[in-house]
Design a protein around this ligand. Structure first.
Ligand code: KIV
Ligand code: ZN
Length: 395
């Protein structure tokens, strides 16, 4: 048996970030990544301070097994976790892959809700026994075991408490409470974790995790609410990649807890200045483009086109930005020139390009600029240079 002990964060307000881009994220239809791409993403996650990387599902394929093993060998700081169903064969294969890590973790799960219990056709007692046996087996291989009751948010309360207690007694040190189908809502998410910690014997000695899907667009809100309820591990993915509508987006929870630490006094170990780069790499390797208006990492998250906003931004960036672009790894705010832009932004853009205009000159150029902007969606620097050439030659 592995003898390393599992470290619990000393700071009670520290939230562990568990990234599952390479497991739940890769399960998005069409998001398959190559071996080399997975190693690259794992190394970026490790460098940016993610605490636990769920590197894959080793029994799923030889490719997944190889990727998890290699990531386990290479990881420098993060705990490396593999997923396994609730049977010995899965768990053994998972251990074979993660055992190479300095800090390995086995994550094993079973669906506990009535709908999910019907699939392996186990009654409540049979499933309880299966949980006991599989968590015990995993714990005999590895001292860091995470257990998840899949579809926890649609599992009967008494049965959920019973199964969580069994997993804790069998040696799980992290209990993850998945909202597998994105069904819960923030208040319910917070209450569920709070009540589990208050009710289940031994719950105060383990870490509770939250794993939210985004089917109703509430994954980030639900994850943060779970933290308010006492969860100290958030499971999430870069760009919110994941099954169906995806998972909680890592960049959103990390920045929400930073920007609103006045009401959410929690910390993470993530270096947020690396967010933009990893977001772009995940978009490229998964083939899932990031929507323009995606929070934190979308192309427009730090872009301003309207005259009122641009004027405000030029005077004081805090008027329309609650984070600085540099905080997430962008070099600067993007002032986009288009038909909604005003005179102040045009003057500033032209000054950047080396043109100092008097008021009357600016008035003339502004009329030409608006005519051009009406014809084009966005006016680029080259368009402005052409406009100034025409203006100066009197065309
Ligand atoms: O959504 C889910 O329930 C999962 C489990 C395997 C943790 O991804
Ligand atoms: Zn999931």
């Amino acid at each position: 048996m592995n003898t390393k002990t599992v470290s619990q964060p000393a700071d009670k307000n520290h939230v562990l970030i568990f990234d599952t881009t390479l497991r739940d994220g890769e399960q998005s239809p069409g998001a398959t990544m190559s071996h080399a791409e997975k190693l690259e993403i794992a190394s970026l996650l490790d460098e940016m301070g993610v605490d636990i990387i769920e590197a894959g599902f080793p029994i799923a394929s030889d490719g997944d097994f190889q990727a998890v093993s290699e990531i386990a060998k290479r990881s420098k700081n993060a705990v490396i976790c593999g997923l396994s169903r609730a049977n010995f064969k899965d768990i053994d294969r998972c251990w074979e892959a993660v055992q190479h890590a300095a800090q390995p973790r086995i994550h094993t799960f079973i669906g506990t809700s009535p709908l999910h219990r019907a699939i392996p056709n186990l009654d409540m007692d049979e499933m309880a026994e299966r949980i006991h046996d599989t968590v015990t087996h995993a714990r005999n291989l590895c001292d860091n075991v995470q257990w998840s009751p899949m579809d926890a948010t649609r599992t009967e309360w008494d049965y959920l408490c019973r199964t969580v207690e069994i997993a804790i007694k069998a040696g799980a040190s992290t209990i993850n409470i998945p909202d597998t189908v994105g069904y819960t809502a923030p208040r319910e998410s917070a209450d569920l974790i709070r009540r589990l910690i208050e009710t289940v014997p031994g719950a105060v000695d383990v870490i509770f995790a939250t794993h939210c899907h985004n089917d109703l667009g509430m994954a980030t809100a639900n994850a943060l609410a779970a933290v308010e309820g006492g969860a100290r591990q958030i499971e999430c993915t870069i760009n919110g990649l994941g099954e169906r509508a995806g998972n909680t987006a890592l960049e959103e929870v990390v920045m929400a807890m930073r920007v609103r630490k006045d009401i959410m006094p929690f910390t993470t170990g993530v270096d947020a200045t690396k967010l933009m780069h990893i977001s772009r790499r995940v978009a490229t390797v998964s083939g899932f483009a990031v929507q323009y208006n995606k929070a934190i990492v979308g192309k427009n998250a730090f872009a301003h086109e309207s005259g009122i906003h641009q004027d405000g931004m030029l005077k004081n960036a805090e008027t329309f930005e609650i984070m600085r672009p540099e905080d997430v790894g962008l070099s600067a705010t993007n002032i986009v020139m288009g038909k909604h832009s005003g005179r102040a932004a045009l003057r500033s853009k032209l000054e950047e390009l080396g043109f100092e205009l008097g008021d009357n000159q600016l008035k003339d150029v502004f009329v030409r600029f608006k005519a051009l902007a009406d014809r084009k969606k966005e006016v680029f620097e080259d368009d402005l240079l052409a406009l100034m050439r025409d203006q100066e030659s009197g065309d």
